[in-house]
Structure formats: structure tokens, C-alpha cells
Design a protein around this ligand. Structure first.
Ligand SMILES: *[C@@H]1O[C@H](CO)[C@@H](O)[C@H](O)[C@H]1NC(C)=O
Ligand SMILES: *[C@@H]1O[C@H](CO)[C@@H](O)[C@H](O)[C@H]1NC(C)=O
Ligand SMILES: *[C@@H]1O[C@H](CO)[C@@H](O)[C@H](O)[C@H]1NC(C)=O
Length: 323
């Protein structure tokens, strides 16, 4: 009897030990898994907390904006975070042309935006001052600046043109392979379906790639400016992603890196601001026309005077002969 009991006890103890070990192993695994699962893939400046895993972005003094790290973060939140970091000396470094006449580029750069709770830009922006202006869904100014009483309506950017310049390549790229590479990279990196890649053009001499991302007017399911903002950072500064893998487009198995990018925005409604470049051009034309007129008048004036001088010199001689 005794040996059996003892055996049982030993068996139970060893069983208990193994169960305990299993539990500890499971707990450790869960901890490790939990720790690695709760990070923010799409935003390197995010702070994440466990149980449940929630991530926030600091966008002001003690203002924590909750964010969804399973997708690209709205540009409005990103700009707010960047302004906050700049104010607090935190690191933020971490052939084309216009597609249509109404397309425009962002000449103002970054400001401290007001965001809706879902991350959309408020239609009116004032940068914490008395001067306000209307923006499109990319947060880019589309009217002249005015005072706080300015009336703005939400206007969607449905088309962005990305003008990319790639770094030196030993051989020119093949357009079809380039397009496939762009579509694949945009899908894997920014989760955008290739159905939105409307057009890809390539100028090998200028090393210029033009990508038109376009969605149907009225579509509110995709946010193209969000993608272009991530791409701008990828090309010009450093990735916004937690994983700091550099941006490159795989063309025929070779990674092609970019050295510059310019973004044009096309809205569902044309912007109403006085285009400063256009005004400059008009002024230049007016100045040239006035100059030509002045020179013409001067030439006429001197020609006339010369003629008159001839006439008045000839007169005395005529008089002499007369007399
Ligand atoms: C940031 O740095 C500048 C100069 O480096 C300094 O003048 C300023 O006080 C700093 N601001 C903060 C909030 O630390
Ligand atoms: C917004 O305000 C900041 C700081 O006051 C300034 O540096 C920036 O140029 C302003 N941006 C615009 C677009 O007005
Ligand atoms: C892209 O969109 C098309 C049509 O909307 C759909 O059929 C396709 O499955 C989508 N592809 C991906 C990878 O989401």
C-alpha cells in the first residue's frame, strides 16, 4: 500500500511540476507575444499600452490622440504630432507638371491643424492665429487667407499626382515593369489597391516617374493624401513607419530608390485662391508690354526729332538761295 501511495505522491508532484512548467512557459509566451503584438506598425512616434493594446499619438501638451495602427494614420493627426514635436525640440527627422489647370501644390507647408475626431481636416484652418483659410481633404490651402468669419465647405481631393525622381540607375527602367513594381510596393507598403493607380509615365532622361492616383468622384472609402504624405516622408526624410525600412520600388528584381518627390492635388471642386505664380506671370507680361510700348514711343520721338532737325537745318539754306 505504502509504496503505491508514495509512488502516487511522487507522480502527482511531478505532474504538478510539469503542469506548473507548462503554465509558466505559456505565460512567458503570452507575455512575449503580447509585448511584440502591441506596437504601432504604422507610426514610429506612437505610445502603446497593453491589455487591451491601445496606441496613442502625442499631438499637444498631454493631448493623446488614440490611433488605429492597422492602417495609415490620418495626415491631420500626423501634422499635429509633427508640430508638437517641432515645438518641443523633439526629432521630426527621424516631364510631368500639373495634371490639370486646377491642380496645385502645397506652398505653405506644415501648420498646426484642427482635426475632426476621425482624423479628417476641419474645412477651416487658422494655425492658432486670427488668419484663416479653407483646406481640402489633404489639409492643403485652397482659398486665399481671410479672417475667422471665412465660410468653408469640405472638399475632397480625389486625385494626387506624384512626381518622383529616381536615383541614378545603371540601365533605364522598363515602363511595364516599373508600373508593376509601383503597384506592388504601394499595396504592400501603404495597403492601396492597384485599381487606384490610374497612370504611370516615365521619362528616362529626367529620371522622372509620374504616378497618378485617382479615385471616383464621391468615393469616401480611400484617403489618397494619407498615402502621399507617408510617401513624401519616405522619400524626403525618414519613414513614418515603426519599421525603418527604406522606400524603394522593385523593378525586375532591382530596388529603385527615389531622391525627390512633388505632389499635386486635384480637388472635386476647383480651388478659389489667386494663384501666385499666375499673378507673377501676368505682371511680367504687363511689364514687358509696357516696356515695348515705351521703347516704341521713344524711337518714334527721336525719329521725329531727327526729321525735324534736318528740316530746320535745311531751311536757312533755302532762305539763302531765296535771297
Ligand atoms: C528648443 O531649442 C531652441 C534652440 O536650440 C531653444 O531656444 C528653445 O528654448 C528650445 N525649446 C524648448 C521647448 O525646449
Ligand atoms: C503656422 O504657425 C507656425 C508657428 O506660429 C509658423 O511657423 C508656420 O509658418 C505657420 N504656418 C502657416 C501655413 O501659416
Ligand atoms: C482591388 O480592387 C478590386 C476591385 O475593386 C478587387 O477585385 C480586388 O480584389 C482588390 N485587390 C486587393 C488586393 O485588395
Amino acid at each position: 500500500m505504502r509504496p503505491k501511495q508514495e509512488l502516487c505522491a511522487i507522480y502527482a508532484a511531478s505532474e504538478l511540476a510539469s503542469i506548473m512548467r507548462d503554465i509558466i512557459v505559456l505565460c512567458l509566451l503570452a507575455l512575449v507575444a503580447g509585448a511584440s503584438a502591441c506596437t504601432c506598425k504604422s507610426m514610429k512616434w506612437a505610445n502603446c499600452e497593453e491589455n487591451p493594446c491601445t496606441c496613442t499619438l502625442l499631438v499637444g501638451n498631454a493631448v493623446k490622440q488614440p490611433i488605429n495602427c492597422d492602417q495609415l494614420i490620418p495626415k491631420c493627426f500626423l501634422m499635429k504630432a509633427e508640430m508638437y514635436r517641432a515645438r518641443n525640440n523633439l526629432s521630426t527627422r527621424s516631364f510631368g507638371g500639373k495634371p490639370v489647370e486646377t491642380a496645385f501644390v502645397d506652398n505653405d507647408g506644415i501648420y498646426d491643424p484642427d482635426c475632426e475626431s476621425d482624423g479628417r481636416f476641419k474645412a477651416i484652418q487658422c494655425n492658432n492665429t486670427e488668419t484663416c483659410w479653407c483646406v481640402n481633404s489633404a489639409g492643403v490651402r485652397r482659398t486665399d487667407k481671410a479672417d475667422k468669419n471665412l465660410k468653408c465647405e469640405p472638399v475632397e481631393t480625389y486625385w494626387v499626382r506624384l512626381e518622383l525622381k529616381h536615383k541614378d540607375q545603371p540601365t533605364p527602367l522598363d515602363l511595364t515593369q516599373l508600373r508593376t513594381g509601383i503597384e506592388n510596393t504601394f499595396l504592400s507598403r501603404y495597403a492601396i489597391n492597384k485599381t487606384f493607380v490610374d497612370k504611370v509615365e516615365y521619362d528616362p532622361n529626367g529620371r522622372m516617374i509620374v504616378v497618378d492616383l485617382k479615385k471616383p468622384m464621391g468615393d469616401r472609402t480611400v484617403d489618397l493624401p494619407r498615402l502621399s504624405y507617408y510617401l513624401e516622408k519616405d522619400v524626403k526624410i525618414l519613414p513614418l513607419f515603426k519599421e525603418q525600412t527604406g522606400f524603394s520600388v522593385g523593378v525586375n528584381g532591382n530596388p529603385v530608390e527615389m531622391e525627390n518627390i512633388l505632389v499635386y492635388y486635384v480637388d472635386e471642386k476647383a480651388p478659389t485662391f489667386t494663384m501666385s505664380k499666375l499673378t507673377g506671370g501676368v505682371i511680367a507680361v504687363i511689364v514687358v508690354v509696357i516696356l515695348i510700348l515705351l521703347i516704341g514711343l521713344l524711337i518714334l520721338f527721336f525719329a521725329k526729332r531727327k526729321e525735324q532737325a534736318k528740316y530746320s537745318k535745311a531751311q536757312p539754306r533755302e532762305m539763302e538761295t531765296m535771297s
